[in-house]
Design a protein around this ligand. Structure first.
Ligand code: FAD
Ligand code: MG
Length: 353
């Protein structure tokens, strides 16, 4: 996150609170209130229309409780989390887990299957291998191949009756970092709806879910940054009334080895960092789905991503290939919701699906 709260004038006659978060930018009119939280190593925000401070405090407390629960269960940075227990017992024994952990894992396995393993929650050993490359150098093909033997979502046993999870090979590691922010946002949205909040926006480090719309506005508006120049806004997405939006990019987290830039997203099928895409933004009903799909479409690249989107009409996406001049490919369902900034209008293309 490069910028925090900056108050700017603009966007019609409104004074705006411009919040720069992850890869997406939100322009929030002054007629809303927002509260910022710090969880899961990132910044989160809860935004509500109107000026009722108590109502916002109530909503933010509920969201924070959900996020803290998720972090205590699913963080790979915590020794006491269920995820760490699963990883510790890899190849040894199944571990009993909470319904939340089982739900997030099962969603991850579902999207691993749907994407032919482009999204894979067992990719962690490869992520670690490539993270180490910045000091250890690029791994040899033999090292990558050895690491690949530990990867594979089909080696995860999720038992719905015993409510347990088992990684069948020693050395396997589960990392739900590509989906758990999304499922946490979905749980937080469910908690707000259950408490009677019917208009809100929740942002967890760029995983955004919204409900309803701000006062006097037809929709929440979420900005998407240019992956090649994150100071620039590609445009704004007018969100559907109950929907989520998530972006995956290579420009925020990457390593440089021997002058070559490697992104943090790994193709679990080849064992190598992904090339070919600069940014993928996905809009779906649920943030967990949008999170997994944005990672998967990024891994798949333009052609396979387009084919996958053609088979899943409920998923809207914006694909930006890693080439110049910049092209912004959008699904037919996203096109009417996307307002490109003036300088990007000519770059917009319709995906052939
Ligand atoms: P996404 O594109 O959504 O996901 C990328 C992440 O998924 C990568 O970082 C990698 O780990 C994994 N991945 C890579 N390739 C694939 C693939 N092909 N399929 C599936 N997954 C892949 N960060 C901190 O710095 N400190 C913390 O204490 C911390 N705690 C966290 C606790 C929880 C419960 C969660 C969910 C996240 C936490 N994080 C923390 C953030 C986490 O480490 C990741 O940085 C983050 O989840 C990645 O999200 P993203 O939106 O940047 O990228
Ligand atoms: Mg993701």
């Amino acid at each position: 996150m490069s910028e925090r709260f900056t108050v700017r004038a603009g966007w019609g006659a409104l004074l705006l609170l411009l919040l720069t978060l992850g890869c997406a930018e939100r322009r929030v009119p002054a007629s809303v209130r927002s509260r910022t939280l710090w969880v899961m190593g990132t910044e989160a925000s809860v935004v509500l229309p109107g000026s009722d401070a108590d109502r916002l405090a109530n909503a933010a407390d509920r969201v924070e409780t959900v996020f803290q629960e998720t972090e205590s269960r699913l963080s790979r940075f915590r020794d006491t989390s269920e995820l760490t227990a699963i990883n510790r017992q890899a190849g040894l024994s199944p571990v009993s887990v909470s319904p939340e952990t089982l739900h997030t894992l099962n969603l991850a396995l579902t999207y691993a299957r749907l994407t032919g393993g482009a999204f894979d929650p067992t990719v962690a050993p490869l992520v670690a291998l490539w993270q180490a490359a910045s000091t250890a150098g690029v791994p040899s093909p033999a090292t990558v191949a050895r690491c690949l033997s530990l990867i594979g979502y089909t080696k995860v046993q999720s038992d719905p009756v015993a409510k347990s999870v088992f990684l069948s090979h020693e050395g396997m590691q589960l990392d739900l970092g590509g989906i758990a922010k999304g499922t946490a946002v979905d749980r937080a949205a469910a908690a707000l709806l259950a408490a009677g909040h019917d208009r809100f926006l929740i942002d967890l480090g760029g995983d955004i879910r919204c409900q309803g719309a701000p006062d006097g506005q037809p929709a929440w508006r979420v900005g998407v940054r240019d992956p090649f120049d994150k100071r620039q806004l590609l445009g704004v997405v007018r969100m559907a009334p109950s929907s989520a939006i998530v972006t995956s990019g290579n420009y925020e987290r990457f390593i440089v080895v021997d002058g070559q830039r490697y992104g943090h997203l790994i193709d679990p099928r080849s064992g190598y960092p992904v090339r070919g895409m600069a940014g993928v933004t996905v809009m779906a009903d649920e943030a967990g789905v949008a999170d997994a799909m944005s990672t998967a479409l990024f891994v798949l690249g333009m052609d396979q991503a387009t084919a996958l989107l053609a088979r899943h009409p409920g998923i809207e996406a914006m694909l930006i290939p890693d080439r110049k001049p910049l092209e912004i490919w959008v699904t037919p369902g996203l096109k009417p919701r996307f307002e490109p900034s003036a300088e990007y209008q000519a770059a917009v293309r319709l995906l052939p699906i």
